[in-house]
Design a protein around this ligand. Sequence first.
Ligand code: C2E
Ligand code: MG
Ligand code: MG
Length: 708
Amino acid sequence: MSNDVAMQGNPLVLIADDDPTTRLIMRETLEQAGFDVIEACDGKAAIEYFESTAPNLVLLDVDMPFLDGFTVCQKIRESETGRKTPVCIVTGLDDDQSIQHAFDVGATDFVSKPIAWPILSHRVRYMLRASDTLNEINGLISALPDTIYVLDKDGQSYDNSDDSGDTRTSALPTIDESFEDIFPSNENDQLLEYIRRALATSEPQVLEHTDAAGTTHLETRLIARDEQSVLAIVRDVTERKNTESQIYDLAFFDKLTGLPNRQRFAMVVDSIIQAAHRNQGQFAILFIDLDRFKRINDTLGHSIGDDLLKSVAMRLEECTRSSDHLLHVDDGNFEGARLARLGGDEFVVILPDVDCEDSVSAVASRIISSLSQPFSCEGYQFVVTPSIGIAIYPQDGDTHDELLMNADSAMYRAKAAGRNNYQFYSGTMKIRSLFRLDMENELRHAIEEEHFQLYYQPKVDLKTWEIVGVEALLRWNHAERGWISPADFVPVAEESGLILSLGTWVLNNACQQLRLWQDSDLGPLSISVNVSPQQMYSGDLGAAVTNALKTSGARADKLELEITEGLLMRDVDATIVTLKYLKKLGLSLSIDDFGTGYSSLSYLKRFPIDVLKIDRSFVQDLHRDSDDAAICAAILAMARQLDLKVVAEGVELEEQLTFLQQHRCDQIQGYLFSKPLTIPDFESFARDHRVSRNQDERGIVQFSGKGP
Ligand code: C2E
Ligand code: MG
Ligand code: MG
């Protein structure tokens, strides 16, 4: 039954009074004001009429036969329909005790006799409107996902169903569980503190907790209601909490291994830095990169690669779990964050509270020996060795970025020192990285001043033992630093875009040299020129080549461009278009550093290429590493099928040469024959080679040319 006045014709008012005159005047007054009226002459009749007609409002006299007004009110309140009906007690007793009694039994209001007749209808209308508003609020609140309690300042909840005449409480829906039932008792102190704050500041206070059983996440918002009590609006936030934790996991943890990721690592290191700063402590960062992981990934597939990374993560966890290296940081729990995966095959370990380098070395050695046990994945067995770089706070940096960068440079040194080892960061590395910052400016200057020179490294045909060509290798003759290797400055030139003008300079120079040799007794030699990714994609490589050939008058078929393998796969279709265009100019194309990229056979077929250059890293160990030997043999067999020539670069040893000959490699390039040489050195080397070939078929002479 609704008390909605507007929806149902005239509101019905039940008048209960044993005095017929009072009833008559009341009826007159109310009917004139637009109410329907029903009369009861005693308490019993009042209850009967209430139940049968469900009036919108009740006016109750106190003194009546059978049941007095207080009792009638109480009975109405106990009935289902009467819980929310406004009941007004009309009485001549206006002492405090009677008023209190009226409210105790659930009266909404009371009017004292003698009645001020002109305002009775206004009073009745007001009570109905107030009751409607309350019911609407009640409906709204029931529709909210929140449960609302009223708490006193000691955290005790009022009973919302207890219609004590307090309109603000009676608007709240009845709740089965009391606040005490849902709030965990061990957090009571915090609750009291928050209530105190809500009362003192009238700012809402938000408290997150679980329910008493600990299974549901709840958020309780405490809002001051008056000086003595607060509203506690309780919401189930379990779903939100779960989503939050999923988002947190995605943002801060690596999906594959479940380890903290780079972002989480940075946060953890920041906190450890703060703690170490306070305690004047030290800690170490170990940057771990897996040697040749990429090859395993490429040859055996990503699912084996993924399995391997997971197993590596597990081994690393074991290595770092020993009690002496658990993270104990005062102000945070970093359990599980001592190890992180930065991406790819890069992991990082944090060792807090290190007192000496020896203890760090011990962990690094433990990692190396743990990983040296073969892994088995899907029936394959293999060993992945790590290269580890170590930086120590505070001596090697005082931000996570700096520490990581320095651990990373140390890791590169570990790789350069033959992999499968660890290196501490040292100041000289810092000097090198600072040097890199200066380098860009100096490079710009050097290009203007032409401080570059090309060296030429011979390539020898394994059937005829003739020098069939040379690779042009760039050198920077620095006024103060002497000769600088392209491995050091080419990356800087690439980053800064300077590679374009530098590359054009190389092309022009190499073509001029080609023309000179073309007309000399050394010809016909071919020259190969290295091309960097930016040159390839800048759009005018074709124009630069055409121009270099035209100005020099060199033969296009003696020019070869070397393109690194990784580059080809960036945008296969665009690359094919560019390569075809270059081929049309009549030159040949070679894939440099082959084996280190991601080329699949099907792609190779689509590229208009002539030569594969097996990367030095495979050649280097092929005589003692069966994997490398297998890879070289496979590349050679595959190239034969595709009708491609193969050049092995970095050949230093007789054993390597023998292997390559047996597997019918076409050409070799490497220190076994010759280092890169200046022009005069190369020319005399080539002439000597021709002479000595007449004595020793192969003409291998250990020639030590000048220069780098
Ligand atoms: P790359 O094209 O793979 O060149 C071969 C590198 O291996 C050269 O290093 C060469 O000196 C070295 N090398 C040759 N035989 C042996 C050997 O038997 N043992 C050892 N340990 N090394 C050997 P370099 O001259 O330092 O050049 C490094 C890289 O710099 C080149 O690798 C190439 O990628 C790049 N580069 C050189 N010149 C140019 C250039 O003019 N333009 C561009 N874009 N890159 C260049
Ligand atoms: Mg090359
Ligand atoms: Mg190469």
